[in-house]
Design a protein around this ligand. Structure first.
Ligand code: PLP
Length: 351
């Protein structure tokens, strides 16, 4: 966390507040900063999936709110792309909903499949930006079809920052609730997140969250977390993001240069974020045959060292590890270089 975030948390720790008021005012303030109808601070994007589902199931009806996760006489179906299937969906079920999957990961998904799945019991549709594939129903069409039947749209955009414009981009497409992590590139408290969207649904999220003794009570956010995330958002809006990306490039260039004499690796720059976020990463491809090991051995050795280092492990290239430099602290690059050289040295010597 940047210094100003830590300072805000410390300051909050030393103050008395009315937590309801703080939640409300913080939400209003963030909504205004981001030019969005309403905002709610919760304990992460996963909490956002759970609360957004609960909001779409119960709205502001106190009887329904009290009944969840039981859904007797409550519309309880949430539609998703089968190709977006992921473990966070358990949280949709935890709120009381049933998942309805449409389409095929192999053949894609058609608009008629969404139209066909929407029926009386539908409570919401849910879209994961990170798991979007060509062949899916594009988000704009997904939203338009749902809205034709007055069904709210939840968008998981947990890791879609930067660019800053993404704060608003999905709401601008018409999404009703959009979720972001506070503890990723925003660099707020690790256990923080944002729900951005329509005020009636945001109000329902608030009614179902701590300090209310309702379904979302376990997803408590402290006054320190609220203060920290507000300041993290302010900071993120002021940042010169092209400079941040440039810093990433400098770090990766440095790592690449210092490792250029290693004969058993081959390095290349990759960009993989959605929506043109363009955070550069460095792929390190290992000559595993020559090293005589599988990738897991390199991973294990990097984790076993001091400090432990965790690289990205791309699932579809089993000889490659990835460095995402976005939140490295100056000096970390030297540690990474030394440890990687050590590990390669050990493997070669052990042969
Ligand atoms: C990280 C992530 C989450 C969970 O976010 P938390 O803030 O850690 O709860 C959910 N969905 C996607 C796509 C993510 O990348």
């Amino acid at each position: 966390m940047p210094d100003e975030v830590k300072e805000a948390m410390l300051e909050a720790a030393e103050k008395y507040v009315n937590i309801y008021e703080l939640q409300q005012q913080a939400g209003k303030y963030i909504a205004k900063l981001l030019d969005i109808e309403a905002a709610f601070i919760t304990s992460g994007a996963a909490a956002g999936i759970f609360l957004s589902t609960a909001a779409c199931l119960a709205g502001s009806d106190p009887a329904k709110i009290a009944k969840l996760p039981d859904t007797i006489n409550i519309c309880n179906e949430v539609i998703i792309h089968r190709s977006h299937y992921n473990h966070y969906l358990q949280l949709v079920r935890a709120a009381g909903a049933k998942l309805v999957e449409i389409g095929s990961p192999l053949r894609g998904t058609s608009i008629w499949e969404l139209e066909d799945a929407i029926r009386e019991k539908t409570a919401a549709v849910l879209y994961f930006v990170a798991y979007e594939r060509s062949g899916d129903i594009p988000l704009q069409d997904f939203i338009n079809v749902a809205h034709k039947s007055d069904i709210p749209v939840i968008v998981d955009a947990a890791a879609e920052l930067p660019p800053v414009r993404n704060f608003k981009a999905f709401n601008d497409l018409g999404a009703d609730l959009v979720l972001f992590s506070g503890g990723k590139a925003l660099r707020g408290p690790q256990n923080s997140g944002l729900i951005l969207g329509k005020s009636n649904l945001i109000n329902s999220c608030m009614l179902q969250s701590s300090p209310n003794e309702r379904l979302g009570r376990p997803l408590k956010v402290s006054k320190e977390v609220i203060a920290g995330l507000v300041v993290a958002v302010e900071r993120f809006l002021k940042l010169d993001h092209s400079k941040e990306i440039e810093k990433c490039n400098i770090i990766l260039d440095y790592i690449k240069e210092k490792l250029s004499s290693e004969e058993t690796i081959d390095m290349s720059r990759v960009y993989k974020n959605h929506n043109a976020a363009l955070i550069p990463r460095l792929n390190i491809k290992f000559d595993l045959k020559r090293l005589g090991v599988i990738r897991q051995e390199i991973v294990d050795r990097l984790i076993a060292g001091n400090p432990p280092i965790y690289f990205g492990e791309p699932k579809n290239s089993l000889d490659t590890l990835t460095i995402n430099p976005f939140v490295l602290i100056p000096g970390d690059e030297k540690v990474i270089i030394n440890r990687l050289k050590d590990v390669l040295g050990h493997i070669k010597n052990a042969k």
